[in-house]
Design a protein around this ligand. Structure first.
Ligand code: PLP
Length: 470
């Protein structure tokens, strides 16, 4: 019996504790093991959790008892207010896509694919193989396991046209998820007080990472085909920025994919002004009607710093991604990575590599494409049938999200709250705007658990909108 049995015992005992008074005696460990068909180790684990939560106490040789609710003595944290003063940047406690979801809630807010979309068998097998390998006890090189660096370099080389110099494995730096690579890229390529250009709307995590690095975000409007090259050129000129963060393929949140012409034009602008483009290719494994074609494949002068994650497609438990940069920028990034986290667990790197080298990985990606297509189409159809107020700004050819515009009169905060109360989590679009939102948007993710409930979820959004009498 694994962790989930211990969690189940904890949940049941917590419900029971709520109904009994302080001092009530818990059933014996043996009795609990019998009732739940669990091992003594699992029961002990559950009991330790309840002790840790302050709900029960164990008296040696006597048993376990429900703790009395002592009137909590408020702690005095005022000294911290003086010590901390104001935060350099106010970052929200937890962005909506990272919220935990309770059982039975319809989660349309998440950023990570549900378990049923992951190559679970391959991940489990890879983890146990990695656990038996030398990677379980060795420190890997700072830039990553050479074989994994080589895999990321080859993946980029596959989409590099003939005549453009491919990146070398040495240019690849393995990172513990690309969120942390964004921080390094912003710190390494720009630095405190400097401007950074970003598409608007764009990934909330990039906005936060830039804020945390003390950068000033300058928004550049982007539509289904990407930003307007002239507007981008003006933004570079006016702001003096030398860094542009962008998602040319299946952008989060809009799903937009820049046209090939637009990609060329933008790369020319970036070259002309002597700037870096941080290309976040987060959805490389989530093409549906099209494949991701990274700009990095067309750059052989080190302008594009390329970021690719495996945490969404392999497993959120295997936080492994890569940042690929050439020239002095690579040294800057590597230095920042070493200062921040030294190296990434070799165990996780080995497991990630094992998964992507299996023949089953390719077939998994093919199946995933079909599954995402079905899910996207079901969500789009549900919205079109049941949510006449919403404009589907763009049916994405890849990625995991649908971006909907709602009438200006909608109270977004209230909408999210009302849906939440009715058991449906959605994300307000506000978090994806680097400055004032240009309208009222919501983002619905079609990779969450139990797609068959999408229509029901959209029905709840509809009821919440109707409740606002807009
Ligand atoms: C566009 C984009 N970039 C980067 C990330 C970070 O992903 P990870 O840190 O899991 O690699 C995310 C996660 O939601 C994302 O949506």
């Amino acid at each position: 019996m694994g962790d989930s049995s211990a969690d189940l015992i904890v949940t049941e005992l917590r419900a029971w504790i709520d109904t009994v008074g302080a001092g009530a005696r818990l059933p014996s460990s043996r009795e609990l093991a019998r009732r739940h068909g669990a091992s003594p180790v699992t029961v002990q684990k559950a009991m330790r959790t309840l002790v840790g939560l302050g709900l029960i106490e164990s008296r040696s040789g006597v048993g376990s008892f429900v703790r009395g609710a002592r009137p909590p003595k408020p702690l005095d944290f005022r000294w911290q207010t003086s010590a901390l003063r104001s935060a350099a940047e106010r970052v929200p406690e937890l962005s909506t896509p990272l919220r935990d979801i309770a059982v039975d809630v319809i989660g349309l807010q998440s950023g990570y694919p549900a378990r049923e979309l992951l190559p679970e068998r391959a991940v489990r097998a890879a983890l146990s193989r990695a656990g038996r390998s030398e990677h379980a006890v060795n420190r890997p090189p700072a830039a990553g396991l050479p074989a994994l660096q080589a895999w990321f370099a080859t993946e980029l080389a596959e989409v590099t046209p003939a005549g453009v110099a491919s990146v070398s494995p040495r240019d690849v730096c393995i990172v513990p998820g690309t969120q942390s690579a964004l921080g390094s890229a912003f710190r390494g390529l720009a630095g405190h007080g400097q401007p950074v250009l970003m598409e608007s709307p764009t990934y909330w995590g990039a906005i936060l990472a830039a804020a945390q690095a003390g950068l000033r975000v300058v928004p550049v409007v982007s539509d289904a085909e990407g930003p307007d090259p002239d507007d981008l050129r003006s933004a570079f000129r006016e702001s003096g920025a030398k860094v542009f963060y962008a998602q040319p393929n299946f952008a989060n949140p809009t799903g937009a994919q820049w046209t090939p012409e637009r990609k060329n034009e933008i790369l020319s602008v970036v070259r002309d002004v002597g700037a870096f483009l941080i290309e976040d290719d987060w959805a490389r494994d989530f093409g549906i009607d099209a494949d991701s074609v990274p700009l990095a494949g067309f750059d052989d002068a080190g302008h594009v710093v390329y970021i690719r994650s495996l945490t969404k497609s392999v497993s959120p438990a295997i936080r492994v991604g890569a940042v690929i940069a050439r020239g002095p920028a690579r040294e800057r990034l590597l230095a920042d990575r070493s200062a921040e986290s030294m190296y990434v667990s070799g165990l996780l790197q080995a497991a990630a590599l094992d998964v992507v080298l299996q023949p089953a990985w390719r077939s998994h990606l093919r199946t995933l494409r079909g599954t995402l297509r079905d899910r996207r189409d079901l969500l789009v159809a549900s919205v079109q049938d049941m949510l006449p107020e919403a404009v589907v700004t763009h049916v994405p050819a890849g990625g995991l999200n649908l971006w909907l515009q709602l009438p200006d009169r909608v109270d977004l905060e209230r909408l999210v709250r009302d849906c939440d109360a009715a058991g449906v989590l959605i994300a307000s679009g506000t978090e994806w705007f680097p400055s004032e939102p240009s309208g009222k948007f919501i983002r619905l993710n079609y990779a969450g658990p139990d797609a068959s409930r999408f229509p029901e979820g959209v029905g709840v959004v509809r009821a919440a909108l109707v409740g606002q009498r807009i």
